[in-house]
Design a protein around this ligand. Structure first.
Ligand code: DX5
Ligand code: ZN
Length: 220
């Protein structure tokens, strides 16, 4: 299991310290939530900030694009240092082409699936992606409540991936904390995003340790 703290819940006035704190606390990746005020109501982080983040950490940067024009901006985020780029299919004219472009530019491609999007709507992209991002909240805000119903979709995706022996990761994002991480990992997710579940706690290392302990028995 990989833990990817979402910096959206960090203290932006101390961004470098916050990033380095989760890195030394045992984070595996860093999740960067990009919102444009169109696809979702919030506006958050642009490529300039990603470029600065790249300079202060060696963690893989997992950039989650919640924007209406990923085709225009994904290349900028990759240039700025994104290792993984997630896009929402409803924001692309032709998701297959968008995903292909991300790979061509040297990043790993991921497709983000909203809680109300069924698996059969995204299965056709499985050969075009390195990861599927299962949203366990609706995109737009940090600190929302985890949507339990998504677990069955995570399980179904796990089964499909195992049956077809596909090499793509399952990431889960939204409302995940030490007390519910077990159910998500048990359902088959391998990359766990957590924003407020980490940054709103007082000791990041303790929290990440507790998350690993809770997930340990359930990892595949
Ligand atoms: C939601 C974002 C999530 C969110 C995670 O739109 O994609 O990554 O910031 O934060 P928590 O863990 O607080 O739900
Ligand atoms: Zn996210």
């Amino acid at each position: 299991m990989k833990i990817a703290p979402s910096i959206l819940s960090s203290d932006f006035s101390r961004l470098k310290d916050e990033i380095q704190a989760v890195e030394s606390a045992g984070a595996d990746w860093l999740h960067v939530d990009v919102m444009d005020g169109h696809y979702v109501p919030n506006i958050t982080i642009g490529p300039v900030v990603v470029e600065s983040i790249r300079k202060v950490t060696s963690l893989p940067l997992d950039v989650h694009l919640m924007i209406t024009d990923p085709d225009k901006y994904a290349p900028e985020f990759i240039k700025a240092g994104a290792d993984w780029v997630s896009i929402h299919p409803e924001t692309c004219k032709e998701p297959k082409a968008s995903l292909k472009k991300i790979r061509e530019l040297g990043a790993k491609a991921s497709l983000a699936v909203n809680p109300d999007v069924p698996l059969n709507q995204v299965e056709r992209y499985f050969s075009d992606i390195d990861m599927i991002l299962m949203m366990t909240v609706f995109p737009g805000f940090a600190g929302q409540a985890f949507i339990e119903d998504v677990l069955s979709k995570v399980k179904a995706a796990r089964q499909l991936i195992d049956q077809r022996k596909l090499s793509l990761l399952i990431e889960a994002d939204g409302g995940i904390k030490a007390d519910n991480i077990g159910s998500v990992v048990g359902a088959g997710a391998e990359v766990i995003v957590s924003g407020s579940g980490i940054f709103k706690t007082s000791d990041y290392a303790d929290t990440i340790r507790a998350m690993r302990k809770a997930a340990q028995k359930l990892e595949r």
